[in-house]
Design a protein around this ligand. Structure first.
Ligand code: PHE
Length: 447
């Protein structure tokens, strides 16, 4: 069977960056930075990204490109058909669950873009009114469901079209656009009177706040932000040309992802502080605090439209990467057509996502392990299974695969001299440091 692939180096790069840059950058990173010691947290985060996460990213890249198969088959075939395939199966299933609840939030962004276009935030509305508006919306049974389906539909349509013509083309247009919007928002935000307090909140280093919990948050955020442990990088890497440079592609993605997160912080925090508000995390920040800020600032109507557009683009380029993991699996292992594979996964994500969406309203009382359905899936995947997936990935590459094969893949058969030089260090990080650090930080986070 002829396998689809990325058409160009740049296309592969923006697709990967698109997967990495998402809701994690726009609504979680800025808040975590402020909460956990400002620049001190940024330093720890950057160290984690480049010392721990980059080797894991490269491990996923190597598995994907070496095998040129879906995540399940990659683990199965590279290990000669051993039990490692179950690790592969896990990395196929987990992103589907993430995609399900990710689309719920993507749907909210649709609704808020609509609200922004109809000037719903302008006027003297108070922050409390914005909270009520948000509460009313998410607890409604139908409105968020319809938005979720729309977002999921948009995701599915892009994936149906394929790698080169769908995912790659979309990312090529949208990622530069996203960059322009975020930079413009950051510039505008910094010109607001009182913006300095937001910059101070982000960038004043406070090392006393760096403890086990802060480190665990930084690592968890770095994993999530780089889309690690979910089979997505592996799957995208399987469509990357054999002549491309894995080190270059991986480090560029990591740099782009970190840059987007920092710029998002500069776009959001100064504006929040300029209006005398305190930052919250997650939904509260994006759907309650910011709409109030938009309603107050000069030109806020346009800024709101740009912001929610950026949020949608960032979320879509991530959700398509999650869906593709399962689609690749169904096409190659179950011999389905791309269309049918997408249809099946659409239905699965629709059902799981509907439960997640309803858990803010009609199903609010239903608890799984003491959490709402949405929180349960979020916690299970982005805290536990993601860490497990990353750990298994580095153990697989560091201890199961042959070192010569990794070397061969990473250096393109010894032809990339820079990669040849750093291979020793990379190997050491993958084999010893990454697994140990993941275990230590995961446990310290639990305690
Ligand atoms: N990296 C994305 C973000 O920061 C989320 C994501 C997770 C994407 C897992 C793909 C796979 O929002």
């Amino acid at each position: 069977m002829n396998r689809d692939s990325f058409g160009s180096r740049f296309g592969a790069l923006v697709a990967m960056a698109g997967s990495a840059v998402g809701l994690g950058n726009l609504w979680r990173f800025p808040y975590l930075v402020g909460e956990n010691g400002g620049a001190a947290f940024i330093i720890i985060y950057i160290l984690f990204v480049f010392i721990l996460c980059l080797p894991i990213f490269i491990s996923e890249f190597v598995i994907g490109r070496r095998s040129q198969k879906n995540a399940f088959a990659a683990f199965r075939d590279l290990s000669g058909g051993s039990a490692w395939k179950w690790a592969g199966l896990m990395t196929v299933i987990v992103p589907l669950i993430v995609a399900s609840y990710y689309c719920v939030i993507g749907g909210w962004a649709f609704e808020y873009l609509f609200k922004a276009c109809t000037f719903s935030f302008t006027g003297e509305a108070s922050q409390a009114a914005m909270s009520t508006m948000f509460g009313d919306f998410v607890s409604d049974a139908w409105a968020p469901l319809i938005c979720q389906v729309l977002f999921l539909l948009a995701t599915t349509v892009i994936v149906v079209v394929g790698i080169k013509n769908g995912i790659e083309k979309f990312s090529k247009v949208m990622m530069p656009l996203l960059f322009i919007i975020i930079v413009a928002l950051a510039v505008y935000s910094m010109t607001l009177p009182g913006a300095g307090a937001g910059l101070k909140y982000l960038f004043t280093p406070d090392f006393t706040k760096i403890d086990g919990h802060a480190c665990a948050s930084a690592l968890g955020q770095a994993f999530f932000s780089l889309s690690l442990g979910f089979g997505t990088i592996m799957t995208y890497a399987s469509y990357v040309d054999k002549n491309d440079n894995i080190m270059f592609q991986s480090s560029s993605t990591a740099i782009a992802d970190t840059l987007f997160a920092l710029i998002a912080g500069v776009a959001i925090m100064p504006a929040v502080f300029a209006f005398g508000l305190n930052p919250q995390s997650g939904p509260g920040l994006v759907f309650e605090t910011l709409p109030y800020v938009f309603g107050q600032m000069p030109g806020g109507g346009l800024i709101a439209i740009l912001f929610f557009l950026a949020l949608i683009v960032a979320a879509l380029t991530s959700s398509i990467s999650m869906l593709e993991v399962g689609v690749a699996y169904l096409i190659e292992e179950k011999k389905l057509s791309r269309g049918l594979a997408c249809g099946i996964l659409f239905a699965i994500c629709l059902v799981i996502g509907a439960f997640c969406s309803l858990s803010f309203g009609p199903l609010a009382e239903v608890k799984l392990a003491g959490r709402s359905i949405f929180d349960f899936f979020d916690n299970l995947t982005s805290n536990i299974l993601m860490t497990l997936g990353s750990l298994l990935t580095v153990l697989f590459v560091g201890w199961r695969l042959k070192k010569t094969d990794i070397y061969d893949e990473f250096t393109n058969g010894g032809t990339l001299s820079d990669n040849v030089k750093i291979f020793g260090v990379l190997w050491f990080l993958i084999r010893y440091i990454a697994p140990l650090a993941i275990i230590v930080i995961f446990i310290s986070g639990l305690l």
